[in-house]
Design a protein around this ligand. Structure first.
Ligand SMILES: [Zn+2]
Ligand SMILES: [Zn+2]
Length: 187
């Protein structure tokens, strides 16, 4: 059983959680839970670069790994940060994750931006984008790398157009790859 714990600074509607659970269940039986008793604010603020007003995703990921300690391969942790993230060398990232690891981080800020550059309604479109980015980063923790299929949720998104173009599901090739990783990891 794949266990996904989500710690989020924003409320995530049940249909989003159900979609994530159902999509991952194509790879392996999955249970998604929201973890509510962890306050991330302090730890996130520690990694804010004041000059660019963005959170250093790489450093945050490394710290979370230390805080959370060693976990089983099937136990994934997704952190949803209501902020803007970057890694050195990139203007921004939608998210980051440990390849074949446990921890994934998704940042909401860029998912709220419309094609015109203003802010979209926090409604259907935003939650679709959030769903895709959560699935994408969890995919990395399942050893999936970027997929050349632009419709696949594992394709690399450079812009919000790319995020909107891809579907909130894994292509057949990615499903097969993740299944073989899981059978190899034997959980
Ligand atoms: Zn990626
Ligand atoms: Zn794919």
């Amino acid at each position: 059983m794949l266990k996904v714990d989500i710690i989020s600074e924003i409320e995530i509607p049940d249909p989003v959680l159900e979609h994530i659970e159902n999509t991952l269940s194509e790879i392996a039986p999955t249970e998604v839970n929201i973890v509510e008793d962890i306050d991330l604010t302090e730890i996130v603020e520690k990694f804010r670069d004041a000059s660019r007003n963005q959170v250093n995703a790489e450093k945050l990921l490394n710290t979370l790994r230390e805080v959370l300690g060693v976990r089983e391969f099937n136990n994934k942790m997704v952190i949803v940060i209501d902020d803007d993230g970057y890694v050195p060398g990139l203007n921004f990232v939608f998210g980051v994750a440990e390849l074949c690891g446990n921890i994934a981080i998704v940042f909401t800020h860029r998912l709220k931006i419309s094609y015109l550059g203003d802010t979209v309604d926090i409604g259907k479109l935003f939650y679709e984008r959030l769903t895709k980015e959560i699935l994408h980063e969890i995919g990395h923790t399942l050893c999936l790398e970027h997929c050349p299929n632009k419709r696949c949720v594992m394709s690399f998104s450079n812009t919000i157009y790319d995020v909107d173009y891809k579907e909130a599901k894994y292509c057949k090739t990615c499903i097969e790859k993740a299944r073989s990783v899981i059978s190899w990891k034997k959980f």
